[in-house]
Write a protein that binds this ligand. Structure first.
Ligand SMILES: *Cc1c(COP(=O)(O)O)cnc(C)c1O
Length: 406
């Protein structure tokens, strides 16, 4: 396949990446989503929109984030050089703000008063509440009662930023019910508001829109790495939850001679309910309005998932990942909780960077490569910082002395 025209051809006019993606929604929601598609397709070419987004990224988010060479960590191996794209230095401490600011700006251009979304662990809710405060929009975040109890610091952040956190008490009271509640609210209020999904998944146009907004990661990283080393990295790796930081990192490298690796969470192992490796162990199915690889039972119901990283425990991956997997252009590998924790501690000790436990999965894959190969370079998307994870890690794993590579 020729990747030079890839962005022109995918998704197609039906919002499909090959056989994946599309729009699977109740009839009454089709029109509101078409409205977002039409608006986005017009506005994304407007020079006013583009220059405003560029200014926001520079002045508010602090972009570009740097590419960093892990000199001390790399020296523990035989020759492979590990580099990081530092999305942990993006405002709010992770990549999610990249698409939330884009979605917020779109809402503003459309004259909407409010943005709504669901959140699981609360990371998306915080990023969106940040965008809402910046743009002066109302913000309703739907969140299951179980998650509200578990993620108290993020609930506090959202409220402090002025968002309404709306408790969802149906069913298992977690992410799935929160998605249903947010869709329902959107149906009733779509004239005045816009729905903002948290990753490169959901019905068209979200997988495309979120990819486009997140591509800033890969575009910057590709240039920065070239300026630093005079060549492309041999491998580019990123963790895959729903797939937004990874698709943003990979897309600009599609036409380059670079191995692209998506890293999925293996959790405690390959049994049902022990992991969230949707591409590795899933089958084709429909969830939350789109078609992709899905961890599902015989009836097509999503299976329970688990990962130490709450940002990765989603039973599907965005449709473009399913497509790139089938094309063989991106390879998907798995990393367990234990391996992620080892990577977490080693980055702390050798580089003075506390990574998000999600991002630690991608770094653990880089360390695996560094053990297996004698030379080459690997560029890891460090999707976020780990301040949110330190209490949990210290309680369960101590300070990591047994994990440090000598
Ligand atoms: C949410 C999150 C992820 C996973 O989301 P993707 O859409 O797969 O990128 C990864 N890393 C961090 C730090 C996160 O907050």
């Amino acid at each position: 396949m020729d990747y030079r025209r890839y962005l022109k051809n995918y998704p197609d006019e039906n919002g499909r990446f090959g056989e994946y993606g599309g729009v699977y929604l109740p009839q009454e929601l089709i029109k509101p989503f078409e409205e977002i598609t039409d608006a986005y397709n017009t506005i994304c070419h407007s020079s006013q929109f583009i220059s405003e987004l560029r200014r926001i990224r520079k002045e508010f988010q602090g972009r570009p984030t740097p590419v960093y060479h892990c000199d001390r960590l790399s020296s523990k191996f035989d020759g492979v050089q590990i580099y990081l794209k530092r999305e942990d230095l993006n405002h709010t401490g992770a990549h999610k703000l990249n698409h939330c600011m884009g979605e917020g700006l779109l809402a503003k251009f459309l004259g909407k008063k409010k943005i709504i979304a669901e959140t699981g662990a609360g990371q998306h809710g915080v990023a969106l509440a940040t965008a809402a405060a910046y743009f002066g929009l109302e913000c309703d975040i739907y969140m299951g009662s179980v998650d509200i109890a578990k993620q108290a610091p993020n609930v506090t952040r959202m409220k402090m930023l002025g968002a309404n956190v709306i408790e969802v008490t149906k069913g298992l009271k977690t992410l799935k019910e929160a998605v249903d509640a947010a869709f329902e609210a959107y149906l009733n209020e779509y004239k005045d508001c816009i729905y903002c999904i948290g990753t490169a998944a959901g019905p068209h146009p979200f997988p495309m829109m979120v990819r486009d907004f997140q591509m800033v990661i890969g575009v910057e990283a590709r240039e920065q790495f070239m300026a630093m080393t005079g060549e492309h990295p041999d491998i580019v790796a990123a963790c895959v939850g729903g797939g937004s930081n990874s698709i943003g990192m990979f897309t600009p490298f599609l036409d380059d001679p670079v191995e692209l690796v998506g890293v999925e969470p293996l959790g405690r192992g390959a049994g049902i309910g022990d992991h969230a490796a949707s591409i590795t162990y899933g089958t084709k199915g429909v969830l939350h309005g789109f078609e992709s690889y899905l961890l599902q039972d015989e009836k097509g119901e999503a299976l329970p998932v688990y990962s130490i990283a709450s940002g990765l425990d989603y039973p599907a991956a965005g449709p473009e990942h399913a497509f790139l997997h089938d094309l063989g252009r991106v390879k998907y590998e798995t990393v367990s909780d234990e391996e992620a924790v080892e990577a977490f501690f080693n980055l702390c000790r050798y580089e003075g960077i506390i990574p998000a436990v999600e991002s630690s999965h991608a770094l653990a894959y880089a360390m695996r490569v560094a053990r297996e190969r004698k030379k080459g370079s690997i560029l890891v998307c460090l999707s976020g910082r780990g301040d949110k994870d330190v209490d949990f890690i210290a309680q369960n794993y101590g300070y990591g002395d047994n994990y440090i590579i000598k």
